[in-house]
Design a protein around this ligand. Structure first.
Ligand code: NAD
Length: 359
Protein backbone atom coordinates (compact mmCIF):
# COMPACT_ATOMS: atom_id res chain seq x y z
CA UNK A 1 0.00 0.00 0.00
CA UNK A 2 1.20 3.53 -0.80
CA UNK A 3 1.89 5.74 2.24
CA UNK A 4 -0.85 8.28 2.94
CA UNK A 5 -2.07 11.00 5.29
CA UNK A 6 -5.58 10.95 6.69
CA UNK A 7 -7.13 13.92 8.49
CA UNK A 8 -10.19 12.94 10.54
CA UNK A 9 -12.83 15.67 10.82
CA UNK A 10 -14.33 16.00 14.30
CA UNK A 11 -18.12 16.10 14.19
CA UNK A 12 -20.98 14.36 15.90
CA UNK A 13 -23.63 12.88 13.58
CA UNK A 14 -27.17 11.85 14.48
CA UNK A 15 -28.81 9.96 11.60
CA UNK A 16 -32.30 8.53 11.15
CA UNK A 17 -36.00 9.30 10.82
CA UNK A 18 -37.49 11.66 13.38
CA UNK A 19 -34.07 12.67 14.72
CA UNK A 20 -35.08 16.35 14.74
CA UNK A 21 -36.79 15.52 18.04
CA UNK A 22 -33.29 15.47 19.58
CA UNK A 23 -32.43 19.06 18.67
CA UNK A 24 -32.93 20.54 22.17
CA UNK A 25 -30.86 17.80 23.77
CA UNK A 26 -28.06 18.39 21.24
CA UNK A 27 -28.11 22.16 21.76
CA UNK A 28 -27.90 21.66 25.51
CA UNK A 29 -25.04 19.19 25.23
CA UNK A 30 -23.02 21.82 23.33
CA UNK A 31 -23.38 24.06 26.39
CA UNK A 32 -25.71 26.55 24.64
CA UNK A 33 -28.60 28.21 26.44
CA UNK A 34 -30.01 30.58 23.76
CA UNK A 35 -29.54 29.78 20.07
CA UNK A 36 -30.42 31.63 16.87
CA UNK A 37 -32.21 29.44 14.31
CA UNK A 38 -31.17 30.12 10.70
CA UNK A 39 -33.03 29.44 7.46
CA UNK A 40 -33.83 30.84 4.02
CA UNK A 41 -37.09 32.81 3.66
CA UNK A 42 -38.60 29.70 1.98
CA UNK A 43 -37.87 27.51 5.01
CA UNK A 44 -38.85 30.01 7.72
CA UNK A 45 -41.84 27.84 8.70
CA UNK A 46 -39.55 24.90 9.52
CA UNK A 47 -37.20 27.22 11.44
CA UNK A 48 -40.12 28.55 13.52
CA UNK A 49 -41.19 24.99 14.37
CA UNK A 50 -37.68 24.31 15.66
CA UNK A 51 -37.82 27.51 17.71
CA UNK A 52 -40.99 26.23 19.36
CA UNK A 53 -39.38 22.84 19.94
CA UNK A 54 -36.36 24.50 21.56
CA UNK A 55 -38.49 26.34 24.12
CA UNK A 56 -36.30 28.44 26.40
CA UNK A 57 -33.17 27.35 24.47
CA UNK A 58 -34.37 29.27 21.39
CA UNK A 59 -33.63 33.00 20.97
CA UNK A 60 -35.28 33.75 17.61
CA UNK A 61 -35.27 32.93 13.89
CA UNK A 62 -33.13 34.68 11.28
CA UNK A 63 -34.69 33.69 7.94
CA UNK A 64 -32.47 35.70 5.60
CA UNK A 65 -29.96 33.08 4.38
CA UNK A 66 -29.08 33.47 0.71
CA UNK A 67 -27.12 31.63 -1.98
CA UNK A 68 -23.30 32.13 -1.98
CA UNK A 69 -23.22 33.52 1.60
CA UNK A 70 -23.11 37.29 0.93
CA UNK A 71 -21.13 39.12 3.63
CA UNK A 72 -23.95 41.69 4.05
CA UNK A 73 -26.35 38.89 5.03
CA UNK A 74 -23.83 37.53 7.53
CA UNK A 75 -23.42 41.00 9.05
CA UNK A 76 -27.20 41.34 9.37
CA UNK A 77 -27.39 37.95 11.11
CA UNK A 78 -24.48 38.96 13.40
CA UNK A 79 -26.43 42.05 14.50
CA UNK A 80 -29.45 39.87 15.32
CA UNK A 81 -27.21 37.43 17.19
CA UNK A 82 -25.64 40.21 19.28
CA UNK A 83 -28.92 41.95 20.11
CA UNK A 84 -30.43 38.64 21.28
CA UNK A 85 -27.33 37.59 23.22
CA UNK A 86 -27.38 34.24 21.40
CA UNK A 87 -24.65 31.73 22.24
CA UNK A 88 -25.00 29.26 19.36
CA UNK A 89 -26.71 28.66 16.01
CA UNK A 90 -28.98 25.99 14.58
CA UNK A 91 -29.03 26.02 10.76
CA UNK A 92 -31.86 24.20 8.97
CA UNK A 93 -31.69 24.00 5.18
CA UNK A 94 -29.31 23.43 2.30
CA UNK A 95 -25.79 24.64 1.62
CA UNK A 96 -26.86 28.30 1.65
CA UNK A 97 -28.21 28.24 5.21
CA UNK A 98 -25.43 26.02 6.51
CA UNK A 99 -22.98 28.45 4.88
CA UNK A 100 -24.47 31.29 6.93
CA UNK A 101 -24.02 29.26 10.14
CA UNK A 102 -20.39 28.66 9.17
CA UNK A 103 -19.81 32.36 8.42
CA UNK A 104 -21.13 33.21 11.91
CA UNK A 105 -18.93 30.53 13.50
CA UNK A 106 -15.90 31.94 11.67
CA UNK A 107 -16.48 35.33 13.27
CA UNK A 108 -17.62 34.22 16.73
CA UNK A 109 -16.42 30.64 17.35
CA UNK A 110 -19.97 29.85 18.53
CA UNK A 111 -21.10 26.20 18.30
CA UNK A 112 -23.31 25.10 15.41
CA UNK A 113 -25.94 22.42 14.97
CA UNK A 114 -26.52 21.82 11.25
CA UNK A 115 -29.74 20.18 10.05
CA UNK A 116 -29.32 19.55 6.30
CA UNK A 117 -32.36 19.27 4.06
CA UNK A 118 -30.56 18.85 0.70
CA UNK A 119 -27.71 16.59 -0.43
CA UNK A 120 -25.11 19.37 -0.92
CA UNK A 121 -22.88 18.16 1.96
CA UNK A 122 -21.61 21.50 3.29
CA UNK A 123 -22.29 20.39 6.89
CA UNK A 124 -19.42 17.88 6.63
CA UNK A 125 -16.75 20.29 5.41
CA UNK A 126 -14.40 22.81 7.01
CA UNK A 127 -14.89 24.94 3.87
CA UNK A 128 -16.63 28.31 3.63
CA UNK A 129 -17.27 30.29 0.45
CA UNK A 130 -18.33 33.91 0.96
CA UNK A 131 -19.30 36.63 -1.51
CA UNK A 132 -18.30 40.27 -1.18
CA UNK A 133 -18.82 42.88 -3.93
CA UNK A 134 -19.71 40.07 -6.34
CA UNK A 135 -16.47 38.15 -5.67
CA UNK A 136 -16.60 34.69 -4.07
CA UNK A 137 -13.65 33.62 -1.95
CA UNK A 138 -13.26 30.26 -0.30
CA UNK A 139 -11.35 29.30 2.80
CA UNK A 140 -10.71 26.10 4.71
CA UNK A 141 -10.64 26.24 8.52
CA UNK A 142 -11.85 23.88 11.24
CA UNK A 143 -13.50 26.91 12.90
CA UNK A 144 -16.41 26.57 10.45
CA UNK A 145 -17.02 22.81 10.74
CA UNK A 146 -20.38 22.27 12.51
CA UNK A 147 -19.96 20.53 15.87
CA UNK A 148 -23.18 18.53 15.49
CA UNK A 149 -25.11 17.40 12.42
CA UNK A 150 -28.64 16.07 12.67
CA UNK A 151 -29.66 14.15 9.54
CA UNK A 152 -33.41 13.62 9.68
CA UNK A 153 -34.64 11.66 6.67
CA UNK A 154 -38.17 13.02 7.23
CA UNK A 155 -36.95 16.53 6.35
CA UNK A 156 -35.88 15.36 2.89
CA UNK A 157 -39.14 13.63 1.93
CA UNK A 158 -40.45 16.92 0.50
CA UNK A 159 -37.27 17.93 -1.34
CA UNK A 160 -38.61 18.52 -4.87
CA UNK A 161 -37.82 15.72 -7.34
CA UNK A 162 -35.75 17.93 -9.66
CA UNK A 163 -33.61 19.26 -6.83
CA UNK A 164 -33.24 15.79 -5.32
CA UNK A 165 -31.67 14.47 -8.52
CA UNK A 166 -29.28 17.34 -9.17
CA UNK A 167 -28.37 17.85 -5.50
CA UNK A 168 -27.66 14.10 -5.26
CA UNK A 169 -25.43 14.12 -8.35
CA UNK A 170 -23.71 17.26 -7.00
CA UNK A 171 -22.87 15.11 -3.96
CA UNK A 172 -21.63 12.26 -6.17
CA UNK A 173 -19.25 14.73 -7.86
CA UNK A 174 -17.42 15.23 -4.53
CA UNK A 175 -16.89 11.48 -4.14
CA UNK A 176 -15.87 11.00 -7.78
CA UNK A 177 -13.11 13.58 -7.52
CA UNK A 178 -12.05 12.22 -4.11
CA UNK A 179 -11.27 8.88 -5.79
CA UNK A 180 -8.65 10.47 -8.04
CA UNK A 181 -7.53 13.30 -5.72
CA UNK A 182 -3.80 13.91 -5.36
CA UNK A 183 -4.16 13.47 -1.57
CA UNK A 184 -6.60 10.53 -1.78
CA UNK A 185 -6.34 7.86 0.88
CA UNK A 186 -7.94 4.44 1.43
CA UNK A 187 -10.33 5.64 4.15
CA UNK A 188 -11.83 8.51 2.15
CA UNK A 189 -11.95 6.29 -0.95
CA UNK A 190 -14.07 3.79 0.99
CA UNK A 191 -16.50 6.57 1.90
CA UNK A 192 -16.49 7.78 -1.69
CA UNK A 193 -17.38 4.44 -3.24
CA UNK A 194 -20.04 3.73 -0.63
CA UNK A 195 -21.47 7.25 -1.03
CA UNK A 196 -21.72 6.97 -4.84
CA UNK A 197 -23.36 3.53 -4.57
CA UNK A 198 -25.94 4.70 -1.99
CA UNK A 199 -26.94 7.70 -4.12
CA UNK A 200 -26.86 5.82 -7.45
CA UNK A 201 -29.27 3.17 -6.18
CA UNK A 202 -31.63 5.63 -4.50
CA UNK A 203 -31.90 8.66 -6.81
CA UNK A 204 -33.80 6.88 -9.63
CA UNK A 205 -36.29 5.51 -7.06
CA UNK A 206 -36.76 9.00 -5.59
CA UNK A 207 -37.41 10.39 -9.08
CA UNK A 208 -40.38 8.00 -9.39
CA UNK A 209 -41.49 7.86 -5.73
CA UNK A 210 -40.24 10.94 -3.86
CA UNK A 211 -41.74 9.82 -0.55
CA UNK A 212 -39.95 6.43 -0.51
CA UNK A 213 -38.35 6.57 2.95
CA UNK A 214 -35.82 3.79 2.27
CA UNK A 215 -34.51 5.53 -0.84
CA UNK A 216 -34.49 8.89 0.96
CA UNK A 217 -32.53 7.34 3.80
CA UNK A 218 -29.95 5.85 1.38
CA UNK A 219 -29.63 9.18 -0.45
CA UNK A 220 -29.06 11.18 2.74
CA UNK A 221 -26.52 8.63 3.98
CA UNK A 222 -24.75 8.83 0.61
CA UNK A 223 -24.79 12.62 0.71
CA UNK A 224 -23.20 12.58 4.16
CA UNK A 225 -20.36 10.33 2.94
CA UNK A 226 -19.83 12.40 -0.21
CA UNK A 227 -19.77 15.62 1.85
CA UNK A 228 -17.10 14.07 4.07
CA UNK A 229 -15.04 13.35 0.91
CA UNK A 230 -15.28 17.01 -0.12
CA UNK A 231 -14.19 18.05 3.36
CA UNK A 232 -11.22 15.70 3.45
CA UNK A 233 -9.33 15.79 0.13
CA UNK A 234 -8.68 18.19 -2.74
CA UNK A 235 -10.97 18.57 -5.74
CA UNK A 236 -9.87 18.72 -9.41
CA UNK A 237 -11.01 19.66 -12.92
CA UNK A 238 -14.72 19.05 -12.41
CA UNK A 239 -15.00 21.43 -9.46
CA UNK A 240 -12.85 24.03 -11.22
CA UNK A 241 -15.16 23.94 -14.25
CA UNK A 242 -18.28 24.23 -12.09
CA UNK A 243 -16.82 27.15 -10.11
CA UNK A 244 -15.98 28.85 -13.41
CA UNK A 245 -19.44 28.28 -14.87
CA UNK A 246 -21.22 29.28 -11.65
CA UNK A 247 -18.99 32.24 -10.80
CA UNK A 248 -18.48 33.82 -14.23
CA UNK A 249 -21.66 32.79 -16.07
CA UNK A 250 -24.09 32.60 -13.14
CA UNK A 251 -25.23 29.06 -13.94
CA UNK A 252 -27.17 27.21 -11.20
CA UNK A 253 -24.95 25.21 -8.82
CA UNK A 254 -26.35 21.67 -8.66
CA UNK A 255 -27.59 21.57 -12.29
CA UNK A 256 -24.16 22.63 -13.55
CA UNK A 257 -22.47 19.88 -11.52
CA UNK A 258 -24.91 17.33 -12.90
CA UNK A 259 -24.26 18.26 -16.52
CA UNK A 260 -20.49 18.66 -16.34
CA UNK A 261 -19.62 15.58 -14.23
CA UNK A 262 -19.79 12.85 -16.95
CA UNK A 263 -17.66 14.99 -19.27
CA UNK A 264 -15.02 15.83 -16.64
CA UNK A 265 -14.84 12.11 -15.81
CA UNK A 266 -14.46 11.21 -19.50
CA UNK A 267 -11.60 13.72 -19.76
CA UNK A 268 -9.82 12.11 -16.80
CA UNK A 269 -10.65 8.49 -17.63
CA UNK A 270 -7.33 7.23 -18.99
CA UNK A 271 -5.31 9.14 -16.37
CA UNK A 272 -7.16 7.58 -13.40
CA UNK A 273 -8.09 3.98 -14.33
CA UNK A 274 -8.40 2.71 -10.73
CA UNK A 275 -10.79 5.52 -9.80
CA UNK A 276 -12.82 4.86 -12.96
CA UNK A 277 -13.16 1.16 -12.07
CA UNK A 278 -14.40 2.03 -8.58
CA UNK A 279 -16.86 4.65 -9.87
CA UNK A 280 -18.23 2.21 -12.47
CA UNK A 281 -18.55 -0.51 -9.81
CA UNK A 282 -20.41 1.87 -7.48
CA UNK A 283 -22.74 2.88 -10.31
CA UNK A 284 -23.14 -0.73 -11.46
CA UNK A 285 -22.32 0.55 -14.96
CA UNK A 286 -19.98 -0.52 -17.78
CA UNK A 287 -17.98 2.71 -17.62
CA UNK A 288 -17.82 5.64 -15.21
CA UNK A 289 -18.57 8.56 -17.56
CA UNK A 290 -21.40 6.82 -19.42
CA UNK A 291 -22.85 5.56 -16.13
CA UNK A 292 -22.96 9.09 -14.68
CA UNK A 293 -24.63 10.43 -17.82
CA UNK A 294 -27.23 7.64 -17.70
CA UNK A 295 -27.86 8.31 -14.00
CA UNK A 296 -28.49 12.02 -14.72
CA UNK A 297 -30.86 11.05 -17.52
CA UNK A 298 -32.68 8.53 -15.33
CA UNK A 299 -33.48 11.18 -12.70
CA UNK A 300 -34.83 13.51 -15.38
CA UNK A 301 -32.04 16.09 -15.04
CA UNK A 302 -31.24 18.65 -17.72
CA UNK A 303 -28.28 17.29 -19.70
CA UNK A 304 -27.04 20.29 -21.72
CA UNK A 305 -25.39 23.53 -20.57
CA UNK A 306 -27.23 25.37 -23.35
CA UNK A 307 -30.50 24.51 -21.58
CA UNK A 308 -29.46 26.15 -18.29
CA UNK A 309 -28.29 29.46 -19.74
CA UNK A 310 -24.79 29.05 -21.23
CA UNK A 311 -24.33 30.73 -24.64
CA UNK A 312 -22.25 29.07 -27.35
CA UNK A 313 -20.06 32.19 -27.44
CA UNK A 314 -19.25 31.69 -23.73
CA UNK A 315 -17.42 28.41 -24.35
CA UNK A 316 -14.20 30.11 -25.43
CA UNK A 317 -14.09 32.41 -22.38
CA UNK A 318 -14.99 29.52 -20.06
CA UNK A 319 -12.11 27.52 -21.57
CA UNK A 320 -9.72 30.40 -20.93
CA UNK A 321 -10.83 30.89 -17.32
CA UNK A 322 -10.82 27.17 -16.52
CA UNK A 323 -7.33 26.67 -17.95
CA UNK A 324 -5.78 29.85 -16.49
CA UNK A 325 -5.28 28.72 -12.86
CA UNK A 326 -6.18 25.05 -12.91
CA UNK A 327 -6.56 22.92 -9.76
CA UNK A 328 -4.32 19.85 -9.61
CA UNK A 329 -5.80 17.22 -11.95
CA UNK A 330 -4.79 13.63 -12.79
CA UNK A 331 -4.59 14.53 -16.49
CA UNK A 332 -2.83 17.67 -17.72
CA UNK A 333 -5.22 20.51 -18.44
CA UNK A 334 -4.96 21.49 -22.08
CA UNK A 335 -7.19 23.96 -23.88
CA UNK A 336 -8.25 21.77 -26.83
CA UNK A 337 -9.46 18.97 -24.58
CA UNK A 338 -11.30 21.39 -22.25
CA UNK A 339 -12.91 23.14 -25.23
CA UNK A 340 -14.11 19.79 -26.53
CA UNK A 341 -15.38 18.80 -23.07
CA UNK A 342 -17.35 22.06 -22.77
CA UNK A 343 -18.75 21.67 -26.28
CA UNK A 344 -19.98 18.17 -25.41
CA UNK A 345 -21.51 19.44 -22.14
CA UNK A 346 -23.02 22.41 -23.97
CA UNK A 347 -24.77 20.12 -26.44
CA UNK A 348 -25.61 17.43 -23.85
CA UNK A 349 -23.93 14.61 -25.80
CA UNK A 350 -23.32 11.27 -24.04
CA UNK A 351 -19.56 11.25 -23.40
CA UNK A 352 -17.48 8.83 -25.45
CA UNK A 353 -14.61 8.11 -23.08
CA UNK A 354 -11.99 7.03 -25.62
CA UNK A 355 -12.65 9.92 -27.98
CA UNK A 356 -12.49 12.49 -25.17
CA UNK A 357 -9.20 11.20 -23.83
CA UNK A 358 -7.39 10.95 -27.18
CA UNK A 359 -7.15 14.74 -27.50
P1 NAD B 1 -29.69 25.96 -1.20
O1 NAD B 1 -29.29 25.82 0.21
O2 NAD B 1 -29.33 27.23 -1.90
O3 NAD B 1 -31.26 25.71 -1.30
C1 NAD B 1 -31.98 26.04 -2.47
C2 NAD B 1 -33.45 26.30 -2.12
O4 NAD B 1 -34.08 25.08 -1.73
C3 NAD B 1 -33.61 27.26 -0.94
O5 NAD B 1 -34.68 28.08 -1.18
C4 NAD B 1 -33.91 26.31 0.22
O6 NAD B 1 -34.62 26.94 1.24
C5 NAD B 1 -34.72 25.24 -0.48
N1 NAD B 1 -34.73 23.93 0.20
C6 NAD B 1 -33.72 23.35 0.86
N2 NAD B 1 -34.11 22.15 1.34
C7 NAD B 1 -35.40 21.99 0.96
C8 NAD B 1 -36.34 20.93 1.15
N3 NAD B 1 -36.03 19.79 1.80
N4 NAD B 1 -37.57 21.09 0.61
C9 NAD B 1 -37.88 22.20 -0.09
N5 NAD B 1 -37.02 23.23 -0.31
C10 NAD B 1 -35.79 23.11 0.22
O7 NAD B 1 -29.12 24.76 -2.11
P2 NAD B 1 -27.95 23.71 -1.92
O8 NAD B 1 -27.73 23.09 -3.24
O9 NAD B 1 -28.19 22.84 -0.75
O10 NAD B 1 -26.68 24.61 -1.55
C11 NAD B 1 -25.98 25.34 -2.53
C12 NAD B 1 -24.99 26.27 -1.88
O11 NAD B 1 -24.19 25.58 -0.93
C13 NAD B 1 -24.02 26.89 -2.87
O12 NAD B 1 -23.82 28.25 -2.52
C14 NAD B 1 -22.75 26.10 -2.67
O13 NAD B 1 -21.60 26.83 -3.02
C15 NAD B 1 -22.81 25.80 -1.20
N6 NAD B 1 -22.05 24.58 -0.82
C16 NAD B 1 -20.99 24.74 0.02
C17 NAD B 1 -20.26 23.63 0.41
C18 NAD B 1 -19.11 23.80 1.35
O14 NAD B 1 -18.48 22.82 1.71
N7 NAD B 1 -18.80 25.00 1.77
C19 NAD B 1 -20.61 22.35 -0.05
C20 NAD B 1 -21.69 22.22 -0.91
C21 NAD B 1 -22.42 23.36 -1.30
Amino acid sequence: MMPFTYNGLPSRVIFGQGTLAQVAEEVRSLGCSRVLVLSTPEQEGQARQILVQLGELGADVFAGARMHTPVETTEEAMRALASLGADGVVAIGGGSTIGLGKAIALRTDLPQVAIPTTYAGSEMTPILGETKDGLKTTQRTLKVLPETVIYDVDLTLGLPVGMSGTSGINAIAHAVEALYAKDRNPIVSLMAEEGIAALARSLPTIAGTPSDATARSDALYGAWLCGACLGSVGMSLHHKLCHTLGGSFDLPHAETHTIVLPHAVAYNATAAPDAMARIARALDAADAAGGLYDLARSVGATLALRDIGLKEDDIERATEIATANPYWNPRDIEANGIRRLLNDAYAGRRPATMEATEA
